[in-house]
Design a protein around this ligand. Structure first.
Ligand code: F6P
Length: 331
């Protein structure tokens, strides 16, 4: 039977969200499902702001960053009234399945909606942070690593020219996936991630030891520290002043910021987005609901939505080991 499907993108946008929308549009078209897109995340559900999505919308879409549906973080949706209004609106439009592309905040929102709406809910992981359990990677993560890596390569050019110490802050919210992988792929000298941060005193003595060790061996050389956001007390300013107190001067902070959310998605994000979007449409009308589709060991899987934030996803051990070796390689 023909189904009515709705899709929205929510939370921090991520490169590849458009590629995922494209796969969903094409999948729905092939299966003869009606598809609408809600704009501005869950706000669109509350405000009944939606557009029809058809094959014309897919032209030239796969390579664009951002999201053609726009995104938002929606406080009103967290309230019972907000979710009830959304449920009534979905019922009025006759939606059978809602697909939510976003991160864990968006999945919590979708789960909250399920208390008031009995349609099918399918989540697709889209966030540069990769902090979602039940999938090896999230849409946007690979592009963000690439952006951070190439930015750090550029920082290194000027760092080398002045033999300076640079602190580079990368996003990731409360997880170190982006920081670790950006640091490893750009051969940074040190990385600070929440998963291994005990306290600033211990960390600063490790950093100072590394810098002094490297300078004793090679003289004045550049040194790049990649710092995950939200870890160091008072951010890069706090870290720079702690280093100053240990006699390490001329430190330059660089915050990469929202640049990491933009740009054309790399192939890995387009591929993940295309597979997960297509798979989500294949599940439309089946009994499974309140699930996220993800990819584990190159296989598409479905996991309960609540597992995605209740379970902890660890950093990849071999990447951690490689970074530890990189940090200590000169001693
Ligand atoms: O979740 C994606 C993300 O970019 C995080 O890495 C970052 O902490 C946060 O969103 C920034 O959010 P906003 O765009 O609301 O400042």
């Amino acid at each position: 039977m023909s189904k009515r499907v709705a899709v929205l993108t929510s939370g921090g946008d991520a490169p590849g969200m458009n590629a995922c929308l494209r796969a969903i549009i094409i999948g729905c078209q092939r299966q003869g499902f009606k598809l609408i897109g809600y704009k501005h995340g869950f706000n669109g559900l509350i405000n009944q702001e939606f557009i029809p999505l058809s094959l014309e919308s897919t032209h030239n879409l796969i390579q664009y960053g951002g999201t053609i549906l726009q995104s938002a973080r929606c406080e009103a949706f967290k309230t019972p009234e907000g979710a009830k209004t959304a449920a009534v609106n979905l019922a009025n439009v006759g939606i059978d399945t809602l697909i939510v592309i976003g991160g864990d905040g968006s999945f919590r929102g979708a789960n909250h909606l399920s208390q008031y709406w009995d349609g099918q809910i399918i989540g697709i992981p889209g966030t540069i942070d990769n902090d979602i359990a039940g999938t090896d990677a999230t849409i946007g993560y690979y592009t963000a690593i690439d952006t951070a890596m190439s930015s750090i390569d550029k920082v290194r050019d000027t760092a080398d020219a002045f033999e300076r110490l640079f602190l580079v802050e990368v996003m990731g919210r409360n997880a170190g996936f982006l920081a670790l992988n950006a640091a490893l792929s750009s051969a940074a000298d040190y990385v600070i991630v929440p998963e291994f941060f005990d306290n600033d005193k211990n960390e600063i003595s490790r950093i100072v030891k590394q810098i002094n060790g490297q300078r004793a061996l090679k003289g004045e050389v550049s040194f790049i520290i990649v710092v995950a956001e939200n870890v160091w007390p008072n951010g890069l300013t706090g870290l720079a002043s702690a280093l100053n107190k240990h006699g390490i001067k001329d430190v330059r902070p660089v915050t990469l910021g929202h640049v990491q959310r933009g740009g054309s998605p790399v192939a890995q994000d387009r591929l993940l987005a295309s597979s997960l979007g297509n798979h989500a449409v294949n599940l439309v009308g089946q009994a499974q609901t309140n699930i996220m589709v993800g990819e584990l060991n190159h296989r598409v899987v479905s996991v309960p939505l609540s597992d995605t934030w209740r379970k902890q996803k660890p950093l990849n051990d071999t990447r951690v080991a490689a970074m530890k070796t990189q940090m200590n390689e000169r001693y």
